[in-house]
Design a protein around this ligand. Structure first.
Ligand code: 8IG
Length: 279
């Protein structure tokens, strides 16, 4: 179900980087901030972090910017927000995510990341809610992403674009995150297409492949961030044990676990941002 029509990223003759530059120009105009320093995508359980990072300079629905898609869940309008930290750094917060399972194509999935890069951001912080394969990770555990396995059979790169993904999830940034919270665990993120959760057999497969976290976002975004020359930091909030390792999964319970953890995750993320901005 590819949607034809008026969306600029659906036109194959349009350069997606050009659309991202146009979006970045619009963001600069709306915020009055010529250049952002770092960008964050806030996934489930991380949404309250923006309030703690600094003073909001501007906030508007993402759909006001070229290339951003209407959210899949009605009544859940994602916003873009520009924040100035106490130290004077400019942080771009992307509260809207287009998922691969929405079937709008991978260009739309990574448009926010390309736009963040075009605003000048050198660091991309990607956060998500995800399932965990380690029994010791109770609901509400934050985990650093150390690497990923991309099971979407897709890539945001177009043409013969060969990009090295060694150290994609920057060791330097993970060390910085652990300077804030030394007991942060880390694991390999496995991106499935979704939107169904995995079967127990698929979770076993992910584990044998070397995965520790299962989710439906982030890997494709991280690749696009690396292509754009950004340094990537990834966080998963484990909201549930992956299928077959605990109780059957209920979307409502998964969301509720994310909500419960939100204050603690948001405080953690704000502290990490302060450390990132300090260098
Ligand atoms: I929250 O268990 C959340 N997102 N694929 N599997 C996948 N995505 C998720 C899960 C999960 N929990």
């Amino acid at each position: 179900m590819m949607h034809s029509g008026t969306h600029p990223l659906d036109d194959r003759s349009v350069d997606p980087q050009e659309v991202a530059r146009e979006a970045a120009t619009q963001i600069a105009k709306k915020t009055g901030v010529a250049k952002h320093d770092i960008a964050l995508t806030l996934g489930s359980g991380w949404g309250k972090a923006a309030d703690l990072i600094g003073e909001t300079v501007a906030e508007f629905p993402a759909t006001q910017i070229t290339g951003f898609s209407k959210p899949a869940v009605e009544g859940h309008v994602g916003t873009i927000r520009s924040i100035r930290t106490a130290s004077g750094a400019h942080v771009l917060i992307i509260g809207a995510r287009t998922h691969f399972y929405e079937d709008h194509g991978v260009r739309r999935v990574v448009h926010s990341v390309r736009t963040a890069a075009a605003t000048g951001a050198k660091i991309m912080v990607l956060t998500n809610g995800a399932g965990g394969l380690k029994e010791s990770w109770g609901p509400g555990t934050p985990v650093l992403i150390s690497d990923h396995i991309n099971l979407t059979a897709s890539s945001p790169l177009e043409g013969a674009t060969f990009i090295d993904l060694t150290d994609l999830y920057s060791t330097r940034l993970r060390d910085l995150a652990r300077s804030v919270k030394p007991d942060l665990d880390e694991g390999v993120y496995v991106q499935f297409r979704g939107p169904h959760y995995e079967t127990p057999a698929e979770v076993q497969m992910a584990g044998r492949m070397g995965g520790h976290i299962v989710g439906m976002s982030t890997a494709l975004e991280a690749i696009a961030a690396r292509e754009a020359g950004m340094e990537v930091l990834g966080f998963s909030l484990i909201t549930n044990l992956a299928a077959g390792l605990g109780e059957p999964l209920s979307h409502a319970e998964v969301i509720a676990a994310g909500k419960d953890a939100e204050p603690v995750m948001s405080a953690l993320l704000a502290s990490v941002v302060a450390a990132l901005v300090a260098g």
